[in-house]
Design a protein. Sequence first.
Length: 183
Amino acid sequence: MLRFLLPSLGLVVLSSCTMILSTNIPGKQQQTLPAEWLGKYEVITASLLPDKRDSANNEKEFAIIESTRITWKSVDGDKIFSLKDSLRYSAIDGGSRYLSLLMPQGLFAVFKVIIKADTLELHSLSADDDIKKSELNRYFDNVERLKSGDEEYYKVTIADKKLDGYFKTAIPSKEITKLVKVR
């Protein structure tokens, strides 16, 4: 397994996945996280493939969302992601909402956030399968395939008007990280 985000937001991406990182964040950056998101959540990251689940790590992880930061609590310790540092929250025309995390490459890992009852679903921009540049050119600008060490990934520029269309395709990863509110 390749862990490239969380401890960087507790998200796991399998080595068969294709990372897609962005030069920009979608929509308009917001100064605070939505009030309805505030609270403590249990993090549920279940692999769609049973053989890819990490059976050695059965420890629960939690996320505490405050107005300007998210604290990720795991067996590796607490990590704080602040809107003034590595975390961005943005919205497109008051509709779709996104969390973006600044990565070591200076690019953003982008997640579409969908609210379902007391659960926040984080949908990654990255893909489950190897994809072609021509497929990504339909939804993004300035698409480049890059290599850093053993890892290959795509660097893209988000075009707001095309992004919802991208998430409606079969390209994005089907593995969803769920934040389930703790009562």
